[in-house]
Design a binder for this molecule. Structure first.
Ligand code: NAG
Ligand code: NAG
Ligand code: NAG
Ligand code: NAG
Length: 821
């Protein structure tokens, strides 16, 4: 047995030590008892020293049910108001739990108790009735900014009395509840919600989706997670997935305290085995909660960990809550630092529907290909936001609320984060309450989970761009007054500077040249469009400035710069491996595919070339410079002029003839990039012989001779498997077809490149999902082939049937709609 096989066993031994989170304040009370009792390895101590002087009664169950824990054999009964007091060393979010297990003794039948419970004057429980014969545990998560935590039991009416068997009070781990990154879901679309930490949360459901019950013994915060089966609306839609590997926790993602390993190691995914099911469907869970009149909204915390995909960037799905879009095109790969099985969670705030149900659906997104349609969920927690009654608390909350809402003021996006952050810095001394914002660390790495910069970035959409405005002064200081030594590029639009914003975020600042041909209306249109685009493989807009007749766009800074630089020339050291190159091409194709299909109107890049594909520190490709060259005569001029200078060799020949750009023009240019990547030489190299000057022509000639391997970058010789090279070459060749209609879509290109990667990695192996969905795939392919003049050759027949043509998810959804009629 090698060490790898031993690891699960070693972990098993250490499970109690995975409870390594030790709260500074940790009070566990065995109510109504003079002795200690332990439950799940935790010692609950006698409660009397924590109790205020008011009268109360200790009761012991003379006939406890067999096998019931000793902890529940005693109870404290309150016939008058009484208070437990705990001195807290650590302020902030706390967990408070009450255990109720009713019994009948000395004239008290705890079933008929009637009482309220207040925590620091916040009414958390009212008119509690526990009729179940099981233990009832009520858990609250709330922020206490005081050195004293008081729990008050208050009987209701003349005959009312209260009781409790055990109490837990302990500090929540750091960043357990964060004030940003939460999505408010409802009829108005997704909005930002940033008051979470000031809410009192009561746990209603805690579900280990696709897995078994997790007891407090195995949970990092001594919680209980139950399986999801009873909540699944259509059980056959889901299929449990189980991983044997411990999750890859990443900085900025979820932590073992947010949810234990076991939650992330199981999931439900779409069950594609059952042929009755249409291939596109949701998995649906119904959770019963309080009806809307009865309460405040709920926090829905969903846990995700991609344990189902063989590689990154395959899983795209939508999340709905009560029929409203909660997270569109969720791409776990883009939330995790380049690794699979990395746990994240997302917080949503939603209301229940009239029947008191919170319904959660997950289903494949329009961005997923027909072959890989899937959706997952690993865990779900639903917490009610408990009303606050005490006036002093309301007052305190209001002040914070006003501050927060004036900050938010209707503008959304990254800028809120920056503004909140800056304000927090300013107010730090006066307003320690906002500390959480800062202590949670607004760093680019803290990108997801509750704090999620990444999530904030994706929220700009419906709210326009006003939140992205950056004062000119800030841009000046970020670029050291446009220091020439910070210039990292130039183009038709003007100069590009490297800059660092106040919060240490590196940016690329694109400053329109004074007197640039681009007019203000176009500039504004650009911003509206760009601010809506968020994708792992597209460079994001961070903000803009239009003061002093300046037109400045601020983008995320992409560390390793243009792909071109890594392909040839003196800086191309060390050379990129074939696998790296394939992954870069796949990423760029994915970004372009998103540009072409992710929006109603579709966006044509118009200037695809290896200098416009940037690489981040992990060599993840990000397409840059899109959108700047949209319609408008001035724009075209700018474009053509840059085209003649820089993009010669990439231009679609059909564009010359018809003066009309389509998304197939991008496909052509991308084909040139593919050969550039393969051959490690520029698209145009005037120093070479006449036949060699133009890469596209030269490469196609060698393709025709069937001798592509002769022109492969010398650094790659011996690395590329034949079938991978063949697939790649054919894909690039198709992109370079003379007429746009004969070229594949970016979706097709993407799938063929992924196939080339699989051929490289796995030799003969076929795609694992192929078989289960071959039938539908064939249908779709027929449809596409009939409807287009595609001249694609089908060499890898099975695979092509499955993948090459159907990537167009529109085609697929069209098929589904037709079936539905
Ligand atoms: C009860 O538990 C506490 C904390 O573990 C310990 O300090 C104390 O000695 C125990 N008391 C008895 C009577 O066992
Ligand atoms: C804790 O987890 C381990 C491993 O999953 C399991 O074997 C054990 O039964 C669990 N213990 C409890 C008390 O749930
Ligand atoms: C699930 O909830 C929805 C919305 O309240 C309701 O229409 C549906 O009947 C429920 N389904 C089940 C099986 O409970
Ligand atoms: C999934 O559920 C959402 C919300 O109820 C709905 O809008 C969408 O049409 C469903 N998708 C499918 C494929 O049924």
């Amino acid at each position: 047995m090698d060490i790898q096989n031993l690891i699960p066993f070693i972990l098993l031994f250490f499970i109690p030590c995975s409870f390594c989170f030790t709260p500074i304040d940790n009070y566990l009370l065995n109510s109504g008892s003079h002795t200690n009792a332990s439950l799940f390895n935790r010692v609950f101590v006698a409660d009397s020293t924590f109790l205020s002087a008011e009268k109360s009664i200790s009761l012991t169950n003379q006939n406890p049910p067999p096998n019931s824990p000793t902890l529940y054999h005693t109870a404290r009964v309150f016939t008058n108001t009484a208070t437990y007091r705990f001195s807290m060393k650590k302020n902030g979010i706390q967990l408070v739990r009450f255990h109720f297990f009713h019994f009948k003794t000395q004239g008290f039948d705890m079933k008929s108790s009637n009482f309220d419970v207040l925590v620091n004057n916040i009414l958390v429980l009212t008119g509690l009735q526990s009729t179940s014969d099981d233990v009832l545990i009520k858990e609250f998560i709330l922020k206490i900014e005081s050195n004293l935590l008081e729990i008050l039991f208050r009987p209701v009416g003349n005959s009312g009395f209260g009781y409790v068997n055990a109490v837990e009070v302990f500090n929540a781990p750091p960043d357990f509840v964060l004030d940003y990154g939460t999505r408010l879901v409802g009829p108005n679309g997704v909005e930002v919600y940033n008051k979470l930490s000031s809410q009192v949360l009561e746990t209603i459901h805690r579900i280990n989706v696709g897995g078994l019950k997790i007891t407090p013994f195995n949970d990092t915060l001594w919680r209980t997670w139950i399986p999801d089966e009873d909540f699944l609306v259509f059980k056959d839609a889901a299929k449990a997935a189980v991983s044997t590997q411990t999750p890859n926790y990443q900085k900025g993602g979820s932590t073992p305290e947010i949810a234990p390993d076991n939650v992330y190691m199981t999931a439900q995914q779409m069950n594609r085995d059952n042929s009755i099911l249409a291939s596109r469907f949701n998995i649906t869970w119904n959770f019963t909660v309080a009806p809307p009149g009865g309460g405040a909204p709920h926090l829905v915390r969903l846990h995700f960990c991609d344990i189902v995909s063989p590689v990154l960037n395959l899983l795209y799905f939508d999340v709905y809550i009560n029929g409203y879009v909660a997270y569109k095109d969720l791409d776990l790969s883009s939330l995790t630092v380049h690794t699979l099985a990395s746990p994240v969670y997302v917080d949503f705030v939603a209301d229940s529907d009239d029947s008191g149900v919170i319904q959660i659906n997950v289903g494949p997104s329009d961005l997923s290909s027909a072959m890989r349609m899937n959706a997952i969920l690993n865990g779900a927690e639903i917490m009610k936001m408990v009303n606050v009654i005490d006036s002093s608390i309301v007052h305190r909350k209001k002040k914070l609320g006003v501050l927060v809402s004036s900050i938010v003021g209707g503008s959304v996006g990254l800028f809120i984060v920056i503004i909140v952050f800056l304000l927090a810095m300013k107010c730090r001394k006066k307003k320690p309450k906002l500390r959480t914002v800062e202590s949670a660390g607004w760093t680019p790495l803290r990108m997801f989970g509750g704090s999620s910069l990444g999530r904030m970035l994706s929220e700009t959409g419906s709210h326009g761009y006003s939140g992205l405005k950056i004062p000119f002064a800030d841009i000046q200081s970020a670029t050291n007054k446009f220091d020439r030594s910070l210039i990292i590029g130039s183009g038709g639009f003007g100069m590009v500077y490297k800059g660092v914003l106040k919060d240490n975020v590196k940016v690329a600042v694109k400053r329109g040249m004074p007197g640039s041909r681009q007019g203000l209306p176009e500039f504004q249109t650009e911003i509206t469009i760009l601010s809506k685009i968020r994708h792992r493989h597209l460079v994001s807009l961070v903000g803009f400035c239009e003061e002093n007749s300046e037109m400045i766009l601020v983008y995320e800074y992409v560390e390793k710069g243009p792909l071109k630089r890594h392909l040839y020339g003196s800086a191309a050291q060390p050379p990129l491996s074939w696998k790296q190159r394939l992954e870069i091409c796949i990423g760029a194709a994915r970004g372009l595919h998103y540009l072409h299909t992710g929006f109603a109107q579709g966006i044509i890049h118009r200037d695809i070339k290896s200098t416009n594909i940037l690489l981040d520190e992990n060599y993840v490709a990000k397409v840059a410079d899109f959108g700047l060259s949209r319609s408008g005569p001035c724009m075209n001029e700018t474009h053509v002029s840059t085209g003649v200078k820089g993009s010669f060799g990439y231009l679609d020949p059909e564009y010359y003839r018809r003066q009309q750009l389509t998304d197939k023009s991008d496909v052509y240019s991308f084909g040139v990039v593919l050969f550039e990547v393969l051959c490690g030489r520029p698209a145009v190299d005037p120093q070479l012989t006449r036949e060699q000057v133009n890469l596209a022509e030269w490469a196609l000639e060698w393709m025709n001779k069937g001798m592509l391997e002769h022109i492969v970058d010398p650094h790659l010789v011996g690395q590329i498997k034949d079938r991978s090279l063949k697939k790649f070459g054919e894909t690039a060749e198709k992109c370079l077809a003379e007429y746009g209609v004969d070229r594949p879509t970016m979706g097709d290109v993407l799938w063929n490149l992924e196939y080339a990667l699989q051929l490289q990695e796995s030799g003969q192996q076929r795609e694992p999902h192929t078989d289960s969905s071959t039938n539908e795939a064939v249908n779709v392919t027929n449809r596409v082939v009939l409807g287009s003049s595609s001249s694609n050759r089908r060499t890898e027949r099975d695979y092509d049937n499955g993948c090459s043509d159907i990537c167009g998810s529109q085609v697929f959804s069209q098929l589904m709609t037709n079936e539905g009629r």
